[in-house]
Design a protein around this ligand. Structure first.
Ligand code: CS2
Ligand code: MG
Length: 397
């Protein structure tokens, strides 16, 4: 079996997605997700200029060897662009291998360790009534675990709360004030617990905005509300930052959605500074790399909580669901759904019921693409927002 074609498909059904399609001489096709939010075309160019031409004529069954060649052979290692590109190829090759075997991907990863994959959804509101409505809406959709994000008094534009109009093609600038945030958030969790009871698993994402000292204070103040996890409290590239948080709190910690390799986790895992790894299957070198990460984490009783917002395409999400069904140390899967137009392009195969995902039983990842529909949704340049403090200083994500 040989690879005869490999291409990059870029589309924008409600938001931008980059997909890799690898074709073999035996007519088996594999799909991979190469989406890197706000930097989409850099991965597309990395693939089409530097990676995909080297695959033609190669053996699609040699997944590990292809991974090593793309990682070690390029000289330039790591980084989100490189690792998103490697992930996309890796996913497409696993898709092909599982289709050739006639099995859903999870069967090649050891088979099912559970019946279904628990997810968490996103609730957010500018104030408590809006937030409570949002929690109820997620519960009505079936979610049994919910991430809570809230507006902050005095701040007009807070990430994932109020949609702000931006100059088309330019990033939105949002507001941040750490002192106001630290004052407000514990009361939000107290109110949510009082309203929804002690059993609903609650999560919270800090988006890397605090110092270790501020994070330790927040973690202590949230302890009475029994969070499932506190996510990304400190800037992720500083692994030692979580030592201080750990010394002061038993709150479960999750981090890693911006990590690209296991080396970003080395201190965090071996010193047991976290409880959940957050990397997506995409951006981290694919199923091959995340499976190894999870096996390493399992030695330290650390579980998965893979990144799964709408900027992980349904192709990447399908891979995460197969992996989540298979690995023993599964924790929870983020799943926030997709813009309605995405369903015209991606037919993901997996199903979502009662807050749980189940992979397709079709061979491979189980995802199919409608390329005609794709043509109706072209790419449009778009950015993530960023933050400034009230005096104009640029702040951490
Ligand atoms: C967030 C993401 O899902 C999460 O936990 O942190 O929404 C993140 O902001 C985006 O994926 C950035 O692309
Ligand atoms: Mg996050």
């Amino acid at each position: 079996m040989k690879i005869v074609d490999a291409s990059v498909l870029v589309c924008g059904p409600g938001r931008n997605y980059v997909t890799v399609r690898i074709e073999t001489d035996e007519g088996v096709t594999g799909l991979g997700d190469a989406t890197l939010n706000g930097r989409e075309l850099s991965v597309a160019a990395y693939l089409s200029e530097h990676v995909l031409p080297t695959l033609i004529g190669g053996d699609p069954q040699r997944i590990e060897d292809t991974w090593q060649q793309l990682y070690r052979g390029a000289y330039w290692r790591r980084g989100p662009v490189t690792m998103a590109a490697i992930a996309a190829v890796d996913l497409a090759l696993w898709d092909i291998k599982a289709k050739v075997a006639g099995l859903p991907l999870y069967q090649l990863l050891g088979g099912a360790s559970r019946d279904r994959v628990r997810t968490y959804g996103h609730a957010a509101g500018r104030d408590l009534p809006e937030l409570f409505d949002s929690v109820r809406a997620r519960q009505a959709e079936g979610y049994q675990a919910i991430r809570i994000q809230s507006g902050i008094p005095g701040l007009q534009r807070v990430y994932s709360i109020a949609q702000t109009e931006n100059t088309p093609g330019m990033p939105v600038v949002e507001d941040w004030d750490t002192a106001a945030y630290l004052r407000h958030i514990p009361g939000v969790f107290e109110a949510v617990r009082n309203e929804f009871g002690p059993e609903l698993p609650l999560l919270h994402d800090v988006h890397h905005r605090l110092t270790p000292q501020q994070s330790a204070r927040l973690a202590k103040s949230l302890e009475p509300y029994d969070l499932f996890w506190l996510e990304d409290c400190t800037p992720a590239e500083d692994q030692s930052a979580l030592r201080l948080v750990r010394q002061h709190s038993t709150i479960p910690l999750a981090i890693g959605e911006v990590f690209n390799t296991v080396f970003d986790y080395q201190t965090l895992i071996t010193e047991r500074l976290i409880d959940f790894v957050r990397s997506p299957v995409t951006h981290f070198g694919g199923v091959t790399a995340v499976k190894k990460l999870l096996d390493f984490a399992a030695l330290y009783q650390i579980r998965s909580g893979l990144h799964g917002p709408a900027d992980i395409s349904p192709v990447g999400m399908a891979a995460a669901v197969h992996l989540g069904l298979a690995v023993h140390n599964f924790g929870i899967q983020e799943y926030s759904g997709y813009p309605a137009q995405a369903a015209e392009v991606f037919h993901p195969g997996y199903t979502f019921t009662d807050g749980h995902l189940r992979p397709s039983e079709a061979p491979g990842l189980g995802v199919t693409l409608d390329e005609q529909a794709m043509a109706a949704h072209p790419y449009r340049r778009d950015y993530l927002p960023y933050n400034r403090l009230l005096d104009g200083t640029l702040h951490d994500w």
